[in-house]
Ligand binder design. Structure first.
Ligand code: FAD
Length: 324
């Protein structure tokens, strides 16, 4: 169904358990075809006026229904938040980015093969059935923050950059009020409720992503590195969103966010602590990379992600610092 405004769309979802918003459909419709998602009602939101990308006093507001292509190509984003442009264009394909919306991108679901295969157990798909990946083929799975219930990763790229840029997600709550969710709190670790990917309540509508002015100070020294099996049209094995503020060769501020290593984008406070106040050089980056993966707990088939993650952090920081 379609409704005229955000309030009616939100009410149409909130009032029906199992109802879902439909944006570009590039993830939700795929999952419906695979019988993984079975929404009881679809509420098409594409006609809502949530497509603007505009300056605000706090920074830049990026509409939930702006497409990934429009967002990546927008002059204000290319100029002030190039990390975001890099992350978006590293994802999917040109055709998909033309369909994919920013809200839908944040809410894309895991690419765990067991989640997609309805013949196998999966606590995320059907709570209480078990985790096929824990003892199965887990090459693409998590090395950080996983639980016995779920070892899936969050596969998206854009969210990693948004986290590094201190973005907030502006949401219309079911009581009609708006609230801001920091990227740090948007996605969840699996714990014993892996069926919940994020902290949105049923019926909450993403309105926009808010980028703070201060993050534009990372524009000169940031880099998004995505390592994957193929150089295009593939999800990350490991991704790194790196952003630095460098003053006379010394790092004043740092952001290191890893993608595809955990159930949510993984910001490494350990790596950042090893960077801030130190000289921007390979030795510093190496120490930060080791700190970031120190607590990694690889599974049977993904120990490679630990070294790959470390090397990717070093390379992303080298590029961010323009040392190579
Ligand atoms: C082959 C393929 C390769 C891909 N590769 C990558 C990749 O490398 N990197 C990457 O990051 N992504 C990749 N993607 C994922 C793609 O980016 C997502 O499918 C897309 O961003 C989802 O956006 P959408 O608008 O189509 O969402 P939809 O499929 O319409 O919706 C996805 C979910 O979000 C919810 N939703 C949508 N909008 C809102 C809103 N405003 N408020 C609340 N809920 C909402 C829907 O209810 C649904 O649950 C790939 C996809 C495919 C099919």
């Amino acid at each position: 169904m379609r409704a005229a405004d955000a309030a009616s769309c939100a009410a149409a979802v909130a009032s029906v358990p199992g109802a879902k918003f439909l944006a570009g459909g590039s993830n939700l419709v795929d999952l419906m075809k695979e019988d993984v998602e079975r929404p009881t009602r679809l509420v098409d939101i594409r006609q809502l006026p949530l497509r603007q990308i505009q300056r605000t006093r706090a920074g830049l507001s990026v509409g939930a229904l702006a497409t990934n292509t429009e967002t990546a190509n927008h002059p204000l984003i290319r100029e002030n938040y190039p990390l975001l442009t890099q992350a978006i264009v590293a994802g999917a394909s040109g055709q998909l980015r033309n369909m994919a919306t920013n809200g839908g991108n944040l809410l894309q679901r895991t690419r765990c093969n067991y989640f997609y295969d309805t013949a196998t157990p999966c606590n995320k798909r059907e709570p209480g059935t078990g985790c096929g990946a824990r003892e199965g083929l887990n090459r693409i799975h998590a090395v950080l923050g996983w639980s016995e219930a779920c070892v899936a990763t969050y596969p998206g790229d854009m969210a990693n950059a948004l986290y590094a840029l201190d973005a907030n997600v502006r949401v219309r709550a079911t009581d009609g009020r708006e609230r801001l969710i920091p990227m740090a709190d948007f996605h969840r670790l699996p714990g014993d409720t892996p069926q919940r990917d994020n902290n949105l309540a049923h019926g909450e509508l993403i309105l926009a992503i808010e980028l703070p002015v201060s993050s534009a100070e990372f524009a000169r020294n940031s880099h998004y590195l995505k390592v994957r099996d193929r150089t295009s049209y593939a999800f990350a094995m490991v991704a790194v969103a790196a952003a630095l503020q460098i003053d006379g060769g010394t790092i004043r501020q740092a952001r290191v966010v890893l993608g595809s290593v955990a159930h949510k984008p993984w910001r490494s406070a350990e790596a950042e602590a090893m960077l801030i106040g130190r000289r921007a050089n390979v030795e510093t980056f190496d120490r930060a990379a080791k700190a970031a993966l120190r607590d990694a707990r690889p599974l049977a088939h993904n120990a490679y992600k630990v070294e790959l993650g470390q090397r990717s952090i070093v390379r992303a920081l080298v590029r961010a610092a323009k040392l190579a």
